[in-house]
Write a protein that binds this ligand. Structure first.
Ligand code: NAI
Ligand code: MG
Length: 352
């Protein structure tokens, strides 16, 4: 029997609450299917751990995670710990250390999910955003010189390598080809005259290998306007780290909100574990109340199943989320309901 090893890092605030429900979904599927199993190990890392130990994870944390097939992450962040510490010392350490260079975010409006856009058909919001996740504007390259003096200078340098651009663009082309979809390239090559001009060049180079995939290109400002005005233009989208970060929050807003949005950080070659997470934060304002929406965390379970080569289960989980939304009876307060976190998951398991 195939066994998938999963490292669960609940993190802080509502992170552990929603991860627990996602793990219930995995256990349910393991039982229902019977041909594979999950071996889950939990790690207590995050900000609370930091407040006790001075570190977000132990010094050999990456070593401990290396042998897993996937990491299932809740959220990190707590009042009292600077956000750049929690982000850089846990999340980004994992994303960078495990070369998770693809950030994959579905932007799909499910039946029954709330959408703030008028005049847009539900079917028109159905895209996958492939965000570069290892370099670009978030490479962390720069300097802060002469702090506190009147010569003070800060430099934040974008890093765009041939290897880094081509591999993520190629991943997007493969995805578009496999799904029979168009691919949209989003940059800003009029203003960013080195980095984005280069990215566009890399895009054109890789495109030659995929004459069967229909492509289009937009500048990021125009693309954000079309995300709102005419999202049907987009199917598979590929873009840089910063633009992808912003566009996918916009994508989340038009496809049901933060309570539903999930993201996968992939190392497609499977040399290292990939990481699956809801994109919302630790929501300290509602933590401990049992009312966090678990659907985003459960959607990331669906992405994990796809990645394990079980798309039939990935689709079933998504279909169960969709049915639950259509019923509209078991929803947490953020979606206008009165159900608790575990009541939502209970209903989802029934539908599954
Ligand atoms: P947030 O996403 O935690 O919360 C924003 C708002 O959405 C809050 O009102 C919250 O109650 C609500 N919300 C979020 N997820 C929800 C859910 N599943 N169900 C119901 N309501 C939900 O973002 P915020 O407040 O900016 O950040 C809080 C902390 O989380 C910070 O420390 C931040 O650094 C961290 N954070 C961590 C992320 C991660 O681990 N990937 C991502 C974003 C923020
Ligand atoms: Mg973000």
């Amino acid at each position: 029997m195939e066994t998938y090893r999963i490292a669960a890092i609940g993190g802080d605030g509502i992170g552990p609450e929603v991860v627990e429900e996602g793990l219930r979904v995995l256990r349910h599927i393991e039982k229902a299917d019977g041909t594979f199993s999950f071996q889950v190990t939990s790690f207590p890392w995050g900000c609370e751990y930091y407040l006790k130990t001075g570190q977000m994870m132990p010094p050999d944390g990456m070593e401990q995670l290396k042998g897993f097939d996937a990491i299932y992450l809740g959220a990190v962040g707590a009042p009292g710990v600077p956000d750049h510490v929690s982000l850089w010392d846990l999340l980004l350490r994992i994303r960078k250390g495990f070369d998770q260079y693809v950030n994959l975010r579905p932007v799909k409006l499910l039946k029954g999910a709330p959408c703030p856009l008028k005049d847009v058909k539900r079917e028109d919001i159905d895209m996958i955003v492939v965000r570069e996740n290892s370099e670009g504007e978030y490479a962390g390259a720069g300097d802060h010189l002469f702090p506190g003096t009147d010569r003070e200078v800060v430099l934040q340098t974008g890093v765009f390598s041939r290897h880094g651009c081509q591999r993520v663009i190629r991943y997007a082309f493969e995805l578009a080809r496999q799904k029979g979809k168009t691919l949209t390239n989003i940059t800003k090559s009029n203003a960013l005259n080195y980095s984005m001009v280069f990215w566009d060049e890399m895009f054109r180079e890789v495109a030659k290998e995929y004459p069967d995939v229909k492509t289009q290109s937009f500048l990021v400002d125009a693309a954000s306007m079309f995300f709102v005005k005419d999202p049907g233009r987009f199917q598979v989208v590929v873009t840089s780290n910063l633009f992808g970060d912003i566009l996918t929050d916009l994508g989340a807003a038009i496809s049901g909100g933060m309570g539903l949005a999930a993201g996968a950080n992939l190392n497609p070659e499977k040399k290292y574990p990939s990481m699956f997470e809801p994109i919302h934060g630790s929501a300290p304002d509602i933590a401990g109340k049992g009312i966090a929406n678990p659907l985003a965390a459960i959607w990331s379970v669906s992405q994990m199943l796809d990645f394990f080569g079980k798309p039939q289960w990935g689709e079933k989980v998504l279909a169960a989320i969709e049915k639950l939304l259509e019923e509209g009876k078991y929803l947490t307060p953020d979606m206008g309901g009165t159900a608790t976190t575990s009541q939502v998951a209970d209903r989802l398991l029934t539908l599954l």
